[in-house]
Design a protein around this ligand. Structure first.
Ligand SMILES: Nc1ncnc2c1ncn2[C@@H]1O[C@H](COP(=O)(O)OP(=O)(O)OP(=O)(O)O)[C@@H](O)[C@H]1O
Length: 493
């Protein structure tokens, strides 16, 4: 079928039926590249314009910023920018959770320390407060409708702010997205919060579409069911084979059970539009049938993108691969500066930016304009020094005084520890003029390239030799990586 500029002529019967389903509870299960985003965009627009006099919002959510942006772009292209005029919106699930928390605070169902009703929600404390490795984690709890500060003892050490810094920041009206989740999780079992949120959905949201629904955890699922019980239309879209966020509490099996037990009208999208070769279509079919697969071997040079489960595997595999994130492990400021150096190299060599550039800028208290006008010349000089073979320790010594002068928030003492290993890795990459970008399987989700090389660990190779098991998170991550290429997928030799 020919494609039109709006994409409408290109729709398959399955896609049209799913998008236009009159049911109030719809579940769309789709294989990679078969049109999850296409159907979500179409259904959003249909609901948006179906009831012009209904003032309640049509809302779509996804789990990552990039997936949310992709859906927003497609809706704007197909339905015009008016389709996204407030209160209609496409936002991350985290943003929707913040709206729900603010509603509970404004309604007086919950009370924040210091009486705040608008909270400044951060991605992570690491960008705003000093953190250090500890098993003591400050958290938020709810006690009689009051948000209170507690500490918990974790089994594993991780970076946390001190209880004192945490308390100061929360009392000043700040928290992280994780804290928002903690509060909602504690508040929701109680009747008043549940009733307030059902009433919020009844009066403010007439349609909710959730993309990548198998990345949802128990709290998320509870929120969706509150929306459904408020008689909002609920559309869940996803692929159980591509659920990746178990480590963040996602429970794909519980989501599947919820869908099964709650009368969702189910639609399958089988035809994928990603595959440009029979080989790639064949590979995906075999993976999904759980049969053994052997990948052809290839090198980084053959690929548009190199994928692996962990960043570490990418840094260790081939110096022609430039992984798009770097974690020196010697301090937050060092990590932020190394990310800026990586970004400089990635922009020059590949025309792309480092994955965690935004976090690095927040840590250093910079914006993109300050980076481009003030900081960039120092970074360029450091990259040139590394390229010339100057010792990483000397490069760091030369770079840091100028950065300390230019960035008010950082002191020279914070820069004393040198991220030598990270600088050596960058230097090794600068010796190559044919770099290829590297991403983790998680970062590759929802994206596509012509040719993809995958760095298989021994466990990955064994999983492929026996057939993938969709109940296993590591196998699903591998499945996502192996279904990103339009034309060819190689195992990195
Ligand atoms: N009926 C169709 N005919 C032709 N091309 C289509 C059709 N439906 C979708 N496409 C195209 O196929 C590609 C994949 O579609 P889409 O991004 O909606 O799939 P997806 O299921 O969200 O993918 P992913 O597996 O990455 O999550 C897009 O470029 C889209 O424009």
């Amino acid at each position: 079928m020919p494609r039109s500029s709006t994409g409408l002529h290109a729709l398959t019967r399955q896609q049209l039926t799913a998008s236009g389903s009159p049911h109030s509870r719809v579940y769309v299960e789709a294989a990679p590249g078969s049109g999850k985003t296409t159907v979500s965009a179409l259904r959003f627009g249909l609901h948006r314009f179906a009831a012009p006099t209904d003032a309640r919002a049509v809302v779509a959510v996804s789990f990552t910023r990039s997936a949310t942006e992709e859906l927003r772009t497609r809706v704007a292209r197909q339905w015009g920018s008016a389709s996204l005029r407030w209160p209609h919106r496409i936002v991350t699930l985290d943003t929707l959770l913040c709206d729900l928390l603010f509603h509970l605070l404004n309604e007086g169902v919950l009370h924040w320390p210091g009486g705040h009703t608008e909270i400044d929600v951060l991605d992570s404390w690491r960008t705003a407060l000093p953190t250090k490795p500890s098993r003591i984690k400050p958290v938020l709890r709810v006690d009689g409708g009051h948000v209170v500060i507690r500490t918990v003892n974790e089994l594993q050490t991780a970076s946390h702010p001190s209880a004192m810094h945490f308390k100061e920041a929360v009392s000043a009206g700040a928290c992280t997205h994780d804290n928002v989740r903690e509060v909602l999780q504690e508040a929701l079992p109680a009747g008043p919060a549940r009733r307030a949120l059902i009433s919020y959905f009844e009066t403010s949201v007439r349609s909710l579409t959730v993309d990548e629904v198998f990345d949802a955890n128990d709290l998320d699922r509870d929120i969706f069911s509150l929306a459904a019980s408020a008689s909002s239309s609920l559309t869940l879209v996803g692929d159980p084979w591509q659920a990746l966020y178990q480590f963040r509490g996602a429970r794909p099996a519980a989501m599947a059970a919820y869908i099964r037990e709650n009368g969702f009208s189910t639609h399958y999208l089988d035809d994928s539009f990603r595959w440009g070769t029979d080989r790639q279509a064949w590979l995906t079919r075999r993976l999904r049938r759980r049969v053994p697969v052997t990948l052809p071997a290839g090198s980084a040079r053959d690929a548009d993108m190199v994928l692996a489960l962990k960043w570490k595997a990418l840094w260790e595999c081939d110096p022609r691969v430039l992984p798009l994130a770097i974690k020196p492990g010697v301090g937050q400021v060092q990590e932020a500066i190394c990310t800026l150096l990586l970004n400089e190299i990635a922009q020059n060599a590949l025309g792309t930016q480092a994955v965690f550039l935004h976090d690095a800028l927040v840590t250093l208290g910079l914006d993109k304009e300050a980076l481009a006008t003030t900081i960039r010349p120092c970074l360029q000089a450091a990259v040139a020094d590394l390229k010339d073979g100057r010792q990483p320790a000397l490069v760091w010594q030369r770079l840091t005084p100028s950065l300390a002068d230019l960035i008010p928030g950082i002191a020279t003492t914070q820069l004393a520890r040198k991220p030598i290993r990270a600088l050596e890795r960058l230097q090794l990459r600068l010796a190559n003029d044919q770099l290829r970008p590297g991403l983790t399987c998680h970062q590759s989700k929802g994206r596509e390239w012509n040719t993809v090389a995958v760095k298989l660990s021994p466990a990955d190779a064994s999983a492929l030799a026996h057939g993938l098991d969709p109940a296993r998170e590591d196998h699903r991550a591998l499945y996502v990586a192996l279904t990103r290429a339009r034309l060819n997928t190689y195992a990195m030799s």
